[in-house]
Each structure stands twice: as C-alpha cells, then as structure tokens.
Design a protein around this ligand. Structure first.
Ligand SMILES: Nc1nc2c(ncn2[C@@H]2O[C@H](COP(=O)(O)OP(=O)(O)OP(=O)(O)O)[C@@H](O)[C@H]2O)c(=O)[nH]1
Ligand SMILES: [Mg+2]
Length: 231
C-alpha cells in the first residue's frame, strides 16, 4: 500500500506540518491507551450513562466496522469480526483512554445495515435500533460512516447520509479495504466519494482511505478522532 494516494484529509485537516505532527502523536498516544469492552446494547433504554464523547462506526454489513475498531486500537480480537455479514448484532461500547482520567472516548461498534445472514426479524430490529441511535444520541460527536472502497456509496448509504444531514449529526466517510484495490482505482473512488460528500451538509469534508489489513490511513483516522476526545 506504499503508493496509496494522499487523502485530502492530510492537507485539509491540519494547517501545517507541525500541527499534523502534533495531531498524529496525540492520536497514537490515545489509541495506545487501555481500551476495554463496556457493554453490548440491544435497546435504546439500556445505553450507558457517561460523560464522554461517543464515536460510532456505522456502515453496511461486512464493510469492516469491527475490523477498523481493532485496527485503531491495535488489537486483533477486541471487536469480533467475521466473513459472514451480520456478525455484530448489538451496539458494542468500548472505552478508550487511561482509567479514571481524561482524555477518553467511547467507541461504539454498530451492527451493519443492508443484507445480513441472520433472521429477518433480527435484522429489522437492529436496523431500527441503529437508526434511532444515530438520529437521537446527544453524546454522539462523530459517526464514522464506512464505505467499502470496492463498491463506493450505495443507495442505503445515501439514505443514512440524508438522515444524518437532517438530524445534524456530524459524520465522516471512511473508505475501507483499500488493500483490495490498485492505486488508480482508489484515486477514482476517492474522487467520486469526495464529490458526493461535498453535497451533504453534515458530512466532514475529509474522506479517509483506510485498510485495517495494511494499516493504511489508520494513524490519520486516530489523529482526527483523538481531537474529539473528552474533555
Ligand atoms: N482485505 C481486507 N479485509 C478486511 C478489511 N477490513 C475487514 N475485512 C474483512 O471483512 C470481513 C468483515 O469484517 P468485519 O470487521 O467483521 O465487518 P463488519 O462491518 O463489522 O461486519 P458486521 O458486523 O457483520 O456488520 C472480515 O472477513 C474481515 O476480515 C480490510 O481492510 N482489508
Ligand atoms: Mg461488526
């Protein structure tokens, strides 16, 4: 992945090289701290009470949400991953940061939307839950909306983007599985996704290209998310 194109985030997110270096260091530091599973939630009334910022990882089933949580935290089995779409079936909370000390973040690994190899009723139930959570969670500071770089933005992703625009919930597009594409294909999908994202009011202008497998883009995403940590 050495020839991954530089994502626009690098230029736009930081005003100069010094600021970029500081942000990257802060991201590496925070994501090297303790990260522990807090709880899995199957309904809105069981979401945890806390005073940290929440970052949610949303996207179609199998796009690589749980793998991204593992890559960010440098842990292989923190969040359970699988080849079978529909692996994650609860809102899984992970607390990142030093114990009883700031800065810290709550990361929420969501079930996927779209096709899943699970009973229809279960898929319907968790899809309703994800949408209600995304629309109405005050602690939610940023949604990382994951898009498989081989497929680009699909119609059900657009539905979620429109819903987040209407609810004024800040979200950032993260392209996943970049290791599966050639550099020219990544440049192409990135251009299309950036152009479409620019039309959405609640979308962060920077689109980050990642691979949980090769580690591409992971440090950059760490830097951006660490900036949202509480306090
Ligand atoms: N090549 C490659 N495979 C990946 C990458 N990220 C995830 N995968 C694979 O994609 C599959 C799905 O990954 P998960 O992380 O379980 O995806 P998910 O979005 O959490 O899936 P659900 O919980 O079922 O919605 C697994 O087989 C992963 O190994 C990546 O960056 N590169
Ligand atoms: Mg998952």
């Amino acid at each position: 992945m050495a020839d991954l194109p530089e994502t626009p985030a690098f230029g736009a997110a930081f005003s100069d090289e010094e600021e970029a270096a500081r942000a990257l260091e802060a991201g590496r530091w925070l994501f090297s701290q303790t990260c522990s599973f807090v709880m899995g939630c199957v309904s809105l009334d069981t979401l945890p009470d806390h005073d940290l910022s929440e970052i949610a990882f949303a996207g179609r089933s199998n796009v690589g949400k749980s793998s991204l949580v593992n890559a960010l935290t440098g842990r292989k089995t923190l969040a359970r991953t699988s080849n079978t779409p529909g692996r994650t079936q609860e809102l899984n909370y992970f607390r990142l940061g030093p114990e009883a000390q700031d800065p810290a973040l709550m990361m929420v690994d969501l079930p996927g939307y779209g096709f899943a190899e699970a009973p229809k009723d279960a898929v319907k139930r968790w899809t309703r839950l994800i949408m209600a959570y995304l629309r109405g969670r005050p602690a939610l500071r940023r949604v990382c909306l994951l898009i498989d770089s081989r497929h680009g933005i699909k119609e059900n992703d657009r539905d979620v983007m429109r819903m987040l625009d209407e609810a004024a919930v800040s979200y950032q597009i993260v392209l996943t599985k970049a290791d599966k594409l050639k550099a020219a294909e990544i440049t192409d999908v990135l251009a299309r996704v950036v152009a479409e994202t620019a039309k959405h009011v609640a979308a962060h202008p920077d689109v980050i290209v990642t691979s949980s497998q090769s580690g591409a883009g992971i440090d950059l995403l760490r830097a951006q998310l660490a900036a949202l940590a509480s306090p």
